[in-house]
Structure formats: C-alpha cells, structure tokens
Design a protein around this ligand. Structure first.
Ligand SMILES: Nc1ncnc2c1ncn2[C@@H]1O[C@H](COP(=O)(O)OP(=O)(O)OP(=O)(O)O)[C@@H](O)[C@H]1O
Length: 343
C-alpha cells in the first residue's frame, strides 16, 4: 500500500512507536516500508557496504549517520539503483527492488536527491525540476507516434514542476540558471526535483550541507513537511543538531555495517556510536566552523567526550585519575599489577 493511502502519524504516535523498540542494529519496525537483507558492496578489497538487516519505518524520518567513509552514500546508491550490490536483496512495500534501474525504482516510489552537477547548473531552475519526471510518454515509441499525447504530458510535467517550485518558494527563480542559486536554494531545488515522481520514500543526501544558518530552519521545516504529507524520509546528515531536531529514529553506520539504532536523544550514551566516531578519528582531521565550534563528526566526538565527563562526575568519579578501562585498551598502557615485579 502506498503511503498516501495511510494517514500521517502524529508526533505522539511516532514517539510512542519508537520508544517501544529495542535499541539494536537491525531491529524490526512495526510497519516497515523498506526492508534490506544482506546487502554488500566491495570496491577492490574494501567492503564499502555490508548491511545484514535494516528496516525503515513508514511515514517517519530516519537519520543515517556515521563517520566519513562509513558507506552511507553507497547504501543510498545501491537502494535506488545507481550502483549494483555484490549480494543482497531489498524490498519496498513488499516488492523486490534489487537490480532495477533508477527510473524503475523511482516509479515504484523511491528516489534519492543529488547535488547540482555542472551540467545541471547551466540549465534553468524549471528545467532542472522537469528533469525529475520519469516515465514520460514522449520517451517511448508509442508516444513519439502520437505527438499530441506527448505534448499533453509535457504540459502536465511543466505544471507539476511549477507547483513544486511554488511549494519551495522558488517560483520567482524558475527561469534563472540553477547555478545562480544560493546553497540553501539548491537544496530546495534538489527536493523539488525528487518530488516530481510523487515518491513514497525520499532519500536526502546531506540536505543541509553548505546552507546558510539563516535558511536552516526553513529547510528543516520543508523536510518535516515531507513526512507530514505522508512520505518516508531517510537522510544522511553530519550535523547532530539537525539530526536531533528532525529525526524520529537514527541508524548509525561504521565500516559499511549498521552498528547502532536508537532515538536521537539516546545516541550520545551509546558506546558503539562513541567507539565508531573515536575510532574514525585516529586518522582524521578535526573540523571546526568559523566560530570555533566543532562540526560534523568532530561535533559528535566532542559531544560524546563531554557526556563521558558528565557521567564520570555524576557517578562520583575523579577526572584527574585516568580511566583504567581506557588505559587497558591502549597498546602501551602500563599494567599497574606488574609495576612491582619490574626490574
Ligand atoms: N566508486 C568508488 N570506488 C572506490 N571506492 C569507493 C567508491 N565509492 C565509495 N568508495 C569507498 O567506499 C567507502 C564508503 O564510501 P561512502 O561514500 O559510501 O561513505 P559515506 O559514509 O557516505 O562517507 P561521507 O560521510 O564521507 O560521505 C569509502 O571508503 C569510499 O572511499
């Protein structure tokens, strides 16, 4: 059944639904729109994606987080037909989607957003949105023989594109080149293009990246409005404030696998999540914004460390004493038990 046939879930229902779920990777959802099984993809010797089981709850917003290179984008590409897995199956509303081309996946109701490419930036805003349409009769032989049906379809597509531009407050920009839009407007354009096929499931790849903070709230409102219209939203995001503000549930990936699932508020206390981000930082530069605030994976790390300090203080721990468990994990940690036996 398409999402449109079901009433949207209100906030209290969503909260109760997720509060009742065990916080485990691969946990079953009460009404999954998307079910993924054993999907793997390797590049050379590197396993970019290796997801044993994942269910996405219908009509909710699921945030997908994880350190750089965790496999989030590759998973999006696999599920929407832009890449081919080495193994695995996945289904949407019970229909197997594996091995379908992207336009067929879109016709079944699942789309992903794309950042504006160089070629697209040289086209008008309106044409960018029109390009989101799939299954245009004009592409097919029968349609080509009947130009009037093709023309009628063209008109329909343009009309829908104009409606979507109005929804995202881009109608005044229809004839401008897409490349002239601001970062935030580009993100709105990506969403408008994705909605052309009237999807059930929308996968947003970093919808807030490069967006001026002044536009953040408006973009967040648009993401929530997709859910309030009955769509299921899955989005990749590095900003934990954004994750917390819009996600009903968060899936955490590291090294290709799903390592944790939890409501957004439970993330910073999750040791698998902390380990994944800490582990990823051995060879990664920390990132800060202009005001010196940690951003992206660095923000998650900073928050996890802060939580650990608070937890230590709350349990009466002494921060000047190194944590024995942490020391034991370090390769060169001195072993207090053997101190006296050393020569
Ligand atoms: N086309 C490709 N060829 C070779 N390796 C690839 C390719 N695409 C992805 N990878 C590798 O697969 C792994 C997963 O990459 P992916 O982009 O899916 O991670 P991600 O979680 O989206 O990371 P980020 O948050 O940095 O965007 C990385 O190690 C990446 O280098």
């Amino acid at each position: 059944m398409r999402n449109a046939d079901r009433p949207p879930l209100d906030a209290a229902t969503r909260a109760a639904l997720f509060a009742a779920l065990p916080q485990e990777p691969g946990v079953a959802k009460p009404d999954p729109v998307l079910v993924v099984d054993g999907v793997s993809r390797a590049y050379g010797g590197l396993k970019a994606v290796d997801v044993t089981h994942l269910e996405i709850q219908r009509g909710c917003i699921t945030g997908l987080i994880g350190p750089n290179g965790a496999g989030k984008t590759t998973l999006f590409n696999l599920l929407t037909g832009f890449d081919r897995p080495d193994s695995g199956t996945w289904s949407m509303n019970g229909v197997e989607l594996g091995r379908m081309h992207p336009h067929r996946v879109a016709r079944h109701g699942m789309v992903r957003t794309f950042q504006l490419t160089k070629a697209l930036s040289k086209m008008s805003v309106l044409d960018n949105v029109r390009l989101g349409a799939t299954g245009q009769r004009g592409e097919r032989i029968a349609g080509a023989l009947l130009p009037w049906t093709w023309k009628a379809q063209e008109r329909e597509i343009t009309e829908r594109a104009r409606e979507l531009l109005a929804r995202f407050a881009l109608d005044a920009k229809s004839d401008d080149l897409a490349g002239s839009l601001s970062g935030g407007q580009r993100k709105l354009l990506e969403m408008a293009r994705a909605l052309m096929t009237d999807p059930d499931v929308v996968m947003l790849d970093e919808p807030m990246a490069g967006v001026n903070p002044a536009l953040t709230q408006s973009l967040l409102g648009h993401i929530k409005s997709l859910r309030d219209d009955g769509m299921t939203v899955v989005f990749v995001e590095h900003d934990m404030d954004v994750i917390r503000e819009v996600s009903d549930w968060v899936v955490v990936m590291a090294q290709g696998s799903v390592i944790a699932e939890a409501p957004p508020d439970a993330l910073s206390g999750n040791s698998a999540v902390v380990d994944a981000y800490l582990g990823s930082h051995h060879d990664q530069a920390l990132e800060f914004d202009d005001e010196g605030n940690p951003v992206g994976a660095t923000a998650v790390l900073a928050e996890a460390l802060e939580e650990a300090v608070v937890a230590t203080l709350e349990t009466g721990g002494d921060l000047s004493e190194p944590d024995a468990a942490v020391l034991a994990d370090m390769p060169d940690a001195p072993d207090p038990g053997t101190e006296e036996t050393r020569p």
